[in-house]
Design a protein around this ligand. Structure first.
Ligand code: AFP
Length: 330
């Protein structure tokens, strides 16, 4: 007979009770887990139904194909709305901020299916989210919160079935989906100290488009570590969190076609970079942007803001941050 592992719901219930917290957060997390499981189901059966193809095309049943990321967005909004706990949602899939319940308690920033190049192959994608709480003491002070103000941030890796959640001042925890589609077996994640297991993760095809200082840093360090890249932040960060090392998506500064430079970076601050930075901090690591500024300190000025990101083991991120700061004259 299989072992009965502790469930995520039970883990969170104890966490809330231990810290004298309300059940509102449980209700919100239940909505997110329900959404993730439904997205997981669509993703796994999508290939069979011909739904992982191009949006607008027609599948083998003659039905119009809806983009998987659009389906994931609609599923998530449905569950968030019915939780009644969200004031505003920011979704990668929606240009505008989505108002849900003015009496809600939290703001959420999410990307329901990140890593779109993996979708047609049915390979891992991520559902990433960050959560901030409304100002309960006074007038609401806005919904564009810096990562350091998040109360939790997490990611589901779909369809792999892992779920990682960072809880403010309470660590980062990983769960696995079992045969009954229940997330179970909490494991506290702590970035390993031994550089022997560390990995570097970046899009090597972009390497010669990075700034000179980043290219030099890579040349000086690449021989020491294994290299892995999936092209979906959740999957790549999952490995870094387990094995240590660093994921980076630097500014594209030297593209041969200057219109393809990305001076702000590529990843989105609120629902990609700050999410992994939050989980990383809770696991003992850190994250900075191209100026070496901690990602969690960046105050967003718009909800789809982009940033460069360097995230992972503290020593490595501190090392590249020093380099970035020196050459910026900071
Ligand atoms: P897509 O959803 O457009 O594929 O972007 C995914 C992502 O935001 C992040 O999950 C990856 O780490 C990164 O971009 C991959 O970007 P490249 O394809 O440029 O390497």
């Amino acid at each position: 007979m299989s072992r009965f592992e502790q469930t995520f719901a039970n883990f969170l219930l104890h966490h809330q009770e231990k810290h004298n917290r309300t059940y509102h957060f449980l209700i919100l997390m239940d909505a997110l887990v329900s959404a993730a499981k439904r997205i997981q189901h669509y993703y796994l059966t999508g290939a069979l139904k011909g739904n992982l193809g191009q949006a607008g095309s027609v599948n083998v049943q003659g039905e119009k194909v809806m983009r998987m990321d659009r389906i994931a967005h609609e599923i998530t909004i449905h569950y968030l709305k019915s939780s009644g706990r969200i004031i505003h949602a920011v979704s990668e899939e929606a240009e505008e901020i989505i108002p849900l319940n003015p009496d809600g308690r939290y703001f959420i920033y999410f990307d329901p299916l990140d890593g779109s190049s993996n979708i047609p192959h049915g390979l891992p994608v991520g559902f990433l989210f960050g959560i901030a709480k409304r100002n309960l003491e006074g007038p609401e002070d806005g919904h564009l919160r810096a990562g350091k103000d998040y109360i939790a941030a997490g990611m589901f890796v779909i369809p792999t079935g892992t779920f990682t959640l960072g809880l403010r001042n309470a660590g980062t925890w990983r769960f696995h989906i079992d045969e009954t589609m229940t997330y179970v077996k909490p494991r506290k994640m702590v970035l390993p100290q031994d550089p022997g297991t560390w990995e570097l993760s970046f899009n090597a095809a972009n390497r010669h488009t990075y700034s000179e200082r980043v290219q030099r840093w890579i040349a000086e360090h690449e021989d020491k570590y294994a290299f892995r890249y999936l092209g979906a932040l959740a999957g790549d960060f999952h490995r870094v969190l387990t094995n240590g090392g660093m994921f980076m998506y630097p500014v594209i500064a030297n593209h041969t076609d200057p219109t393809k430079n990305r001076p702000e970076g590529k990843l989105r601050l609120m629902y990609e970079a700050a999410v992994v930075a939050f989980m990383c901090r809770e696991a003992g690591g850190m994250a900075v942007d191209e100026k070496g500024t901690p990602i969690l300190d960046i105050q967003p000025y718009k909800h789809h803001q982009r940033t460069a990101v360097y995230v992972g083991s503290k020593e490595l991120v501190e090392d590249i941050a020093r380099r970035l700061q020196e050459e910026n004259g900071v």
